[in-house]
Ligand binder design. Structure first.
Ligand SMILES: [Zn+2]
Length: 161
């Protein structure tokens, strides 16, 4: 896979075309989900792939986890496909209500704005946040803000001077 993540005008110029065959029912699912989200099928597929690879980006510093992350990545790609097939599931706000599936939190710098799964505080691009590592690949990605990590008993790492 090769394309630059940049501003849209750059992206237009640098994007590469990748073609792939998909089963008929997946095509129908992609088309209906794209309609629902009011994006093109191409855009939807790109978003799903970016989500899947961002998961790896978030933990890539942890070398010991690389192998298991590859397995997790494969599971998450499958999960994203299942979520597309069942849009109600991706809208479920209760997905991480108890965070019981999260076995660890990994500190990362956010590329995209998101919200804390615990207190719903907005988390901005460029901010430090904590991404949940889940036992259950069926769950959506969980986030914790710095305040919630402190509440959990974990002190955020000091910034290196
Ligand atoms: Zn929070």
């Amino acid at each position: 896979m090769y394309y630059a993540r940049g501003v849209p005008s750059d992206r237009e110029r640098k994007d590469r075309l990748i073609q792939t065959r998909v089963p008929r029912d997946l095509e129908a699912t992609l088309k209906s989900e794209a309609r629902r989200r009011r994006v093109t099928v191409s855009h939807l597929i790109r978003n799903v792939l970016e989500d899947a690879f961002d998961l790896v980006d978030g933990v890539v510093a942890d070398v010991d986890r690389l192998v298991s992350d590859s397995v997790t990545l494969a599971r998450n790609v499958g999960e994203n496909a299942r979520r597309l097939a069942d849009p109600a599931r991706s809208r479920s706000g209760e997905d991480h209500a108890d965070l019981a599936d999260v076995y660890a939190w990994n500190e990362v710098v956010l590329q995209r704005a998101t919200a804390c799964s615990s207190c719903s505080a907005k988390m901005a691009r460029g901010e430090r946040g904590f991404v949940g590592l889940s036992d259950d690949p069926g769950r959506r990605r969980a986030w914790l803000c710095s305040s919630c990590i402190v509440a959990l008993g974990g002190a955020p790492r000091e910034e290196e001077a």
